[in-house]
Design a protein around this ligand. Structure first.
Ligand code: UT7
Length: 322
């Protein structure tokens, strides 16, 4: 018999030990704690150690999620890693993670949808479970953005950080994940990109994040509210049914504006961007893990995850916490 839905059975997160505050950045850049806090809500970011790889961050978060789910790594039959900063060009970070976990045999692959990556990956894993292709899935968002930032560009380097968040998804007869909606529009590809390429032993183009900040801001607010509404329409639920809103943790002003557009009280917005800055594909599972573990998200409540990122890509996953 086919399983109908997936449900989240465990969550985990990992942030590298080194913390860099806004004041520390202001010592070497023309910026200030006040500018960064008021424009973005960010207070600090975590930065990976030199030898640390994206798969190491993913591994630490995965171990915690697996432990909570009570599932041994050997019993995973699907691993998806959402990342824009893989360990290497290939093999995928998911395959490297699989080996580090001591799992083998099931499919393992990366999803590249930049900051929407986790929402894309979770939607895929859910549908693979629903179709019977997988039973126990590990979905991780993991990033080391500090290595693709120009640390002399104050317009971008203050915004990002490193980290990982993971969930374990298992089959269930009761949802779980209620609905998922994914989108992309490549016409906007140049407003947020790393336009470099490895070619003939060197980098051609730029290996750093380039961004039209105000352009990204406007686009993000518009599409996050739209794709949340799409999920509500699909389930026939009013926006008031959203108990917790977890948008991509990029900028507190984008999150506030999205919450207002959805006419939700600000208390329903979960934010962790102050603690770790924008960790791209890791930001949603990081925030989800914080709110699930501190007891805010309770069984039976409805949680709306909203991703938006380079591509441009965007999407929503609406779920009932079990
Ligand atoms: O996953 C998605 C990733 N991207 C984002 O989330 C970015 C979305 N956009 C934003 O978050 C905002 O657009 C920013 C935070 C990037 C910028 O905020 P803003 O209110 O749109 O500021 P702005 O770009 O209009 O820049 C205002 C001023 C400029 O100076 P002038 O031209 O007015 O003299 C910038 O040069 O702020 C200056 N500026 C800074 N000042 C101090 C830019 N970066 C900094 C900085 N410190 N770090």
């Amino acid at each position: 018999m086919r399983n109908r839905v997936g449900r989240i059975a465990g969550t985990g997160r990992y942030l590298p030990a080194r913390v860099v505050t806004n004041d520390a950045l202001a010592e070497r850049l023309a910026t200030s704690d006040e500018w960064i806090r008021t424009r973005t809500g960010i207070r600090q970011r975590h930065i990976a150690a030199d030898g640390e790889q994206t798969s190491d961050l993913a591994l630490a978060a995965a171990h915690i999620a697996l432990q909570q789910a009570g599932i041994a790594a050997a019993n995973l039959d699907l691993i998806i890693v959402a990342t824009t900063t893989p360990d290497m060009i290939f093999p995928s970070t998911a395959c490297i993670l699989q080996e580090k976990l001591g799992a083998h045999g099931g499919p393992a692959f990366d999803v590249q949808a930049v900051c929407s990556g986790f929402v894309y990956a979770l939607a895929l894993a859910d549908r693979m479970i629903a179709s019977g292709m997988a039973r126990n899935a590990l979905v991780v968002g993991a990033e080391i953005y500090s290595r693709i930032l120009d640390w002399n560009d104050r317009g971008t380097c203050v915004l990002f950080g490193d980290g990982a968040g993971a969930v374990v998804l298992v089959p269930a007869t009761e949802p779980g994940i209620l609905t998922a909606h994914l989108h992309a529009d490549g016409h906007y590809r140049s407003i947020l990109c790393v336009p470099g390429q490895v070619q003939r032993g060197g980098v051609v183009g730029s290996p750093f994040v380039h961004m039209d900040g105000p352009g990204v801001f406007k686009f993000a607010v518009k599409v996050m509210a739209e794709v949340a509404q799409e999920a509500l329409d699909a389930t026939g639920m009013p926006s008031d049914a959203i108990d917790w809103l977890i948008p991509h943790q990029a900028n507190i002003r984008i999150m506030d504006a999205t919450t207002k557009k959805l006419k939700l009280p600000m208390e329903r917005l979960i934010t962790t961007v102050d603690m770790h800055a924008n960790t791209s594909a890791a930001s949603i599972p990081l925030a989800l893990d914080v709110a699930a573990r501190d007891g805010r998200i309770r069984s039976g409540q409805h949680v709306m995850l909203l991703g938006v990122g380079g591509g441009f890509t965007w999407g929503s996953v609406f779920l009932r916490w079990t």
